[in-house]
Design a protein around this ligand. Structure first.
Ligand code: GRF
Length: 198
């Protein structure tokens, strides 16, 4: 089952997806990686022979043009699912229409707590004892789509944003890969806010 991955960062989640896709029993293969900037994730994909789409917001007159370009370039690879793995842009209406219900995101906090780009730092600053990771379907909001899976991660007294995020990434890699595999093989049933993988 063809999957496209969107990334902007160091590519640790992308690497987990690529490793799973290359396993003999793989349920999915990564057909393209789309990035919005030059980043380690783009380099990793290129090194592993995966097509890289670079779609920078600054190369377009406005966000709508960028949204349409990213949509068309991603659609050219005909992915059945799109996984955002540390993609630091809000997907636009063109993308969400074209891939409605087929975009899955990994967020490093237990949504609905601590949405947005600083979920790890916000959880640490709030003083929670347990945070974690959430894999959810992407809708028009920021980290607001139906939740598919979550894993808790304890916060240690001496945690910094880096140490906590690294521990969260360790479970994220497993959860995102498991969910993409499950979606590829069993799909998903949604009922309003509720999503269930059969
Ligand atoms: C992950 O924690 C992801 O949930 C968040 O950004 C991080 C991406 O890390 N949105 P990487 O770029 O895959 O290493």
């Amino acid at each position: 089952v063809p999957v496209a991955v969107l990334a902007s960062g160091t590519g640790s989640l992308l690497t987990a997806l690529l490793d799973a896709a290359e396993a003999d029993s793989a349920a999915f293969d990564v057909v393209a990686v789309a990035v919005d900037r030059d980043c380690r994730a783009a380099e990793l994909a290129a090194q592993r022979g995966i097509a890289v789409i670079t779609c920078r917001l600054g190369d377009y007159p406005d966000r709508g043009a960028w949204d349409r370009a990213l949509t068309e370039q991603t659609a050219a690879f005909a992915p059945e699912w799109v996984a955002t793995a540390g993609f630091m842009k809000i997907l636009g209406p063109a993308f969400l229409d074209r891939f409605a219900g087929r975009v899955v995101n990994s967020h490093p906090a237990l949504l609905p707590a601590f949405p947005g780009a600083h979920g790890v730092a916000d959880a640490l600053a709030y003083g929670v004892k347990v945070t974690g990771t959430t894999v959810h379907l992407v809708d028009g909001g920021v980290d607001t789509g139906p939740i598919l899976a979550q894993t808790p991660v304890a916060v240690e007294p001496d945690d910094t944003e880096e140490t906590l995020h690294e521990r969260i990434k360790q479970v994220e890699r497993v959860l995102l890969t498991d969910v993409v595999t499950a979606l590829a093989t069993r799909g998903v049933v949604t009922d309003g806010r509720k999503a269930q993988i059969p």
